[in-house]
Design a protein around this ligand. Structure first.
Ligand SMILES: Nc1ncnc2c1ncn2[C@@H]1O[C@H](COP(=O)(O)OP(=O)(O)O)[C@@H](O)[C@H]1O
Ligand SMILES: [Mg+2]
Length: 319
């Protein structure tokens, strides 16, 4: 029987499946989990799947974004307050930790939590003790915490912005979702799934993506990850319902060739451009077993321009 993981968290690539396998195992325990990964890689969806797969599934799942909590309200949002606890506390307010009692609280962008609240959260994680602002007695609450961040929390620890003890407490089982560019073999399946789902939702005919377009999309850097892909599918559906999507149909940012060029990043120490060019020409000749027309094509040059360079640099290549 397929479950929330199978139905919602789509993907077959190795790195992704390794994370999902670990998440399934961790889900049925009560351990605190730290979900890592760039924005849009599926951290919140994974948190929901973990909750659904745990023995807390019938109890509340509450998500809060720590970055959206004004510092002055963060403590009260998490732990609650009683009427009169501070100016403006006109009535009792339950905290999110209490509201998620017996269930799961997902703390997104945990790195943004103010330092003084981090201390209270650590206390709660260690003892289950929760102090409502303005109340003297302490309550025991049974809420499981799942935390997420797209930042490097360890760097924040080193900068003094995140408590080291809380970092270690959260980092017991880290689950790191890979960015889409590192699981690019999943792109076509995700694109087809989103297109089908969205076409049904909007009651529109799905557009069709030929191999050539898919090949092109695989080279795009997808810095917004799966969220960006889903939004892209929706935009293409709305604008080109029922049509065949060619490269010319793609939005401007795709035409601007914002592609992965990490392999060709200029090192801090600089390079010798002439030697680099000679190396590239030699490698192109090696790759094509000395076929000059093919080698020229690999470098985006005409045959004449390529031959000119071979002569200029006196490159002597023999198979
Ligand atoms: N593996 C996946 N399969 C299908 N949809 C996914 C997957 N991962 C993420 N999504 C979708 O991508 C979007 C962004 O996911 P989200 O969990 O909000 O990412 P994050 O919290 O890391 O920013 C959501 O619409 C989510 O449903
Ligand atoms: Mg998110």
């Amino acid at each position: 029987m397929s479950d929330f993981f199978d139905k919602q968290l789509l993907g077959k690539s190795g790195e992704f499946c390794t994370v999902i396998r670990a998440a399934r195992i961790a889900a049925i325990t009560d351990v605190t989990l730290l979900l890592l990964g760039e924005s849009g890689t599926g951290k919140e969806l994974l948190a929901q799947a973990i909750h659904q797969h745990s023995n807390r599934a019938t109890k509340p799942f509450i998500a809060i974004n720590c970055a959206a909590l004004p510092e002055a309200l963060a403590e009260s949002e998490l732990f609650g307050h009683i009427k009169g606890a501070f100016t403006g506390a006109i009535s009792d307010q339950q905290g999110r930790i209490q509201a998620a009692n017996a269930g799961t609280l997902f703390l997104d962008e945990i790195g943004e939590l103010p330092l003084n609240i981090q201390a209270k959260l650590l206390r709660f994680l260690d003892s289950g003790e929760c102090q409502v602002i303005g109340k003297t007695q302490i309550e025991k609450i049974n809420t499981r915490i799942l935390a997420a961040t797209n930042r490097n929390l360890y760097t924040q620890v080193q900068q003094g912005k995140f408590r080291q003890d809380l970092y270690y407490r959260l980092n017991i089982v880290p689950l790191e979702l890979p960015p889409l560019r590192k699981r690019i073999d999943d792109l076509e399946m995700l694109l087809n799934n989103f297109t089908k789902q969205l076409a049904e939702h909007h009651n529109l005919a799905a557009p069709n993506y030929p191999k050539q377009t898919i090949k092109y999309l695989r080279q795009y850097k997808w810095s917004g990850n799966i969220r960006e892909l889903r939004n892209f599918c929706e935009r293409m559906l709305i604008l080109f319902s029922g049509k065949t999507i060619t490269i010319q149909h793609l939005p401007k940012e795709f035409q601007e060739k914002q592609f992965e060029t990490n392999a060709l990043c200029l090192p801090e120490t600089g390079i010798n451009l002439k030697n680099f060019e000679i190396q590239m020409i030699k490698q192109a000749l090696e790759k094509t077993y000395g076929n000059r027309s093919q080698a020229a094509r690999l470098l985006g040059l005409t045959r004449d321009a390529f031959l000119y360079r071979i002569k200029k640099y006196m490159i002597d290549y023999k198979c």
